[in-house]
Structures are given as C-alpha cells and as structure tokens.
Design a protein around this ligand. Structure first.
Ligand code: SAM
Length: 257
C-alpha cells in the first residue's frame, strides 16, 4: 500500500473526514487491524480489567465484572482437557485458564507484541505459540476444542464462510468451538466508532495520537446463531447481560437430536 493511501486509511473511510477512503478494501482493513493490535498490545487488557482510562468506578464496574466473570465461568465449564487450539490468543486472557487444563495447547495470533505478553504470562506451561495471519494459516492437526475470544467480530463478512469452513477441518469428530465476543446492544457499537461512508463493519479505534480503521462486527446472540447456521454450524450462544455474548458452536452435521 503506498503512503498516501495508508494515510488516507488512517483518516478513515468516511465522507467528510478530510479525504479518507470510500473504497477501502477488506484486505486494507485487515492489514490495519494487524497494526492496531500490535500497537495496542501494551494497553490491551486495560479495557477488560477496567484500568487506566477504562476505570469507570466501582458501581459501574460491578456490572462489567459480573459479565467478565460469566465469560470466565463459561470457559471453566467447557471441557478443555484434550487438545486445544486457541485462535487470536492475544495477551492470554483465555490462555491462562486453558494452559493448566489442556493436554496440549496451540495458541495462534498475528501480533508479535501480543504473543510476547502471552508467553511472558503463561508460556512456561508448555503452550505452543504460532505467529500467523489466521486467514492464511492452516494445519493438518486436529483438536478437541477451538477457543476464540473476541475474534469472530474481527472477521469481515467476505471471509466468514471460508474461515468457519477451515475451523471445521481443525476439529476432531465431536469437537466444538467456544467463543466469546462483544454483543450488539445499547452499549455497542459505541457512538462515533462506526465510519461514516465506509462498510458497516469498518470501525475507528483511537490509540494515543493515532487512529486505526479495523473490522468490527456486532452481533446479537440470535444474529450470530443465524449467521453460523447459514455456514453449517449449530450454536448455543447467550448474552451475559449488556456487554458480551458467549457459548459453544458445533458443526451441524455432527449435531444429534
Ligand atoms: C480483540 S483481540 C482478542 C485477544 C484475545 N483472544 C482476548 O480475548 O483477549 C483480537 C486479537 O486478534 C489478533 N488478530 C487480529 N487479526 C488477526 C489475523 N488476521 N490473524 C491473526 N490474529 C489476528 C490480534 O493480534 C489480537 O490479539
């Protein structure tokens, strides 16, 4: 991508935003998404743990904490004792719970900075880390459980079916996917993050003095269940309240009853 186009992308694809791109491609958004997470790695967990500028005070955080606890509780009751593949593992919010339970854990992410934090936190537990773009990466190995925290929302519609088709090939018969993500609702998307004039899944994220335009899709549990059914998966997904959705997903052709 030439520098002028990269600069225009940083301004965002919105009309009236100082000459941003209206014809942004999914490939450009995904490349920007890589740069965003690489830059965000040092402060990534501030949102989840309500730190720094995300500290909203004890009363507001009570609800947030109840919902993050629900996510962690859902993973705790999911069988992770076999071979586990974690997609987009990030800094290790889920890896830290999986590593002590899994017979084998392979954790993939595109960001070196995210993986470095994850490795520093849980790497001693024998996690096998892979730095790769998940839209290119593949493996012949098979897993009992695939874990995907806050990544399904970063898959553009154009890649959704192929991505889920590939996940199906990574699962052993009887295997399933555990996922968690932001839920569409009154709290999401936040005001002003959706890029005017761009695709409905192009969202701006500010980080220090920089702004990035990335893929972010907001589903309700019902919308995600429907989208997954259309590409051959049966989902059992619930809302945790205002913020998140969580649940498990299995290939429909292996669903009995
Ligand atoms: C919202 S974070 C989720 C991290 C972690 N799963 C969690 O729940 O905290 C999204 C992660 O996806 C990774 N990522 C984004 N696009 C990717 C891609 N195309 N291939 C691999 N990883 C990607 C980012 O580096 C980041 O770690």
């Amino acid at each position: 991508m030439d520098r002028a186009r990269a600069a225009a992308l940083r301004r965002g694809p919105g009309a009236g935003r100082g000459g941003g791109l209206l014809d942004v491609t999914d490939e450009e958004l995904l490349a920007e998404q890589h740069r965003y997470y690489e830059a965000r790695a040092p402060v990534y967990e501030d949102v989840y743990f309500g730190r720094s500028r995300h500290d909203r005070g004890a009363v507001l955080d009570e609800g947030w904490l109840a919902e993050t606890t629900a996510l962690e509780g859902s993973l705790a009751v999911t069988d992770a004792s076999g071979d586990v593949l974690e997609l987009a593992c990030g800094t290790g919010l889920w890896t830290r719970f999986l590593a002590p339970r899994a017979r084998r854990l392979v954790a993939v992410d595109g960001s070196a900075a995210m993986l470095a934090q994850n490795r520093a936190r849980v790497g001693g537990a024998g996690v096998e880390y892979v730095q790769a773009d998940l839209f290119d990466w593949d493996t012949d190995e098979r897993f009992d459980l695939v874990v995907m925290g806050f990544f399904v929302s970063h898959v553009p519609p154009s890649r959704f079916e192929a991505f889920w088709t590939k996940i199906a090939t990574w699962l052993r018969p009887g295997g399933r996917v555990w996922l968690a993500d932001d839920s569409a609702g009154p709290m999401r998307p936040r005001d002003g993050s959706l890029v005017v004039g761009g695709p409905s899944y192009a969202h701006r994220r500010e980080l220090g003095d920089d702004a990035y335009t990335i893929v972010k899709r907001f589903f309700t549990p019902e919308e995600l269940t429907t989208a997954l059914a259309a590409v051959g998966w049966t989902a059992d997904i619930q809302a945790t309240g205002e913020h998140f959705l969580v649940g498990t997903v299995r290939p429909t052709d292996q669903t009995t009853g």
